[in-house]
Design a protein around this ligand. Sequence first.
Ligand SMILES: [Fe+2]
Length: 391
Amino acid sequence: MFTFNSPVKITFGEGCSGRAGQELKDLGARRILVVTGPGSTSRSPALQSITQTLNKESLAWVHFAGAGADPTPAMVDEGAKLFRDERCDAILAFGGGSPMDCAKGIGASIGEGRPISDFVGTGKVFVAQVPPLVAIPTTAGTGSEVTGTAVFTIEADGGKAGAKKIKMGTSGASLFPKVALVDPLLQASMPPALTAATGMDALTHSLECYVGRQHTPMADLYCLESIRLIGRSLGRACQDGQNMEARCDMALAATYGGIALSNASLGMVHGFAHALGALCGMAHGLANAIMLPYVMAGCEQDAAERLALAGAALTGDSSIDAKGTVAAIFSLNRKIGIPAGLAAAGLPESMLNAVYDDARGYKRRPQSPHLFTDDELMSLLHSAWSGTVII
Ligand SMILES: [Fe+2]
């Protein structure tokens, strides 16, 4: 028995973000909170074009540019306050995973009538009716535009200097956007390093879900096709960002990865990536990219057949085995400029104990095909730090 749930209306294709105004009008919106990060995206011509589509439909809007990287409940509270003060009735998220997750948090907070800190880390799920959300991703990695999850960074001790941070996932039916506009044209301006890191986040979603213990036949379809598209096009998208065929492949692959992770489970690659992001500020995609081959090497025995099938999708070589798949991931990382290990990415060795401590408590640890012992987790973290290639 399995369930497959993918309730988001998806429009895909070059230029489809021009439908933003029409989609929001169709949802009955009149006054929209536009959520972005504080960086260049918030001043981009692409965002101007999108807000012009709101003007064209006579929709009022207000811009919240406070959805910074790794959003905190405080950022969500600030956005929710603006939503209420401006009497908004719908949300448009524009950017990568952080603004999309922040926008989901704002909607949940408005719907529940309480700050999200009442939910995050408590195991409670968001269930209340929320304002409709239209999500427009500008990276090809997170898949957040089609998921019912959001990740927030919690600062212990009220965020005092030096206080420990942790990343916590939340989920619930009300976190799904109503509409995703997946427009590969918006992703063509990503520089190669961002294309590489976010693309490897997408690969990690699809691969972890495919080999994980909660895999289902329907999620498998999305995983394998996503892996195939990434194998065909991530290198090309990094080499030539204007290659629209490669950008389309990657945009679709990331969306498929999001659908997969809503219907199967991530594993210990994300366990480490969340710890590396919260404690060391390492970008999510980069952390996943570095950890992916090491964690998969640890799963070779328990997921031999699935790793081989995933490797065949990634490389087009149907004779590949699990070990070959791990080698292919190392090779892909090298090709697209991912550092060989955590040390090469700037992580001091002194952080490893704290990263291990956080990662070993990851709630999806039991979904990994191999049930890592604590010692195994420590040893693979040390290998990944030093960049020891395991093949
Ligand atoms: Fe991820």
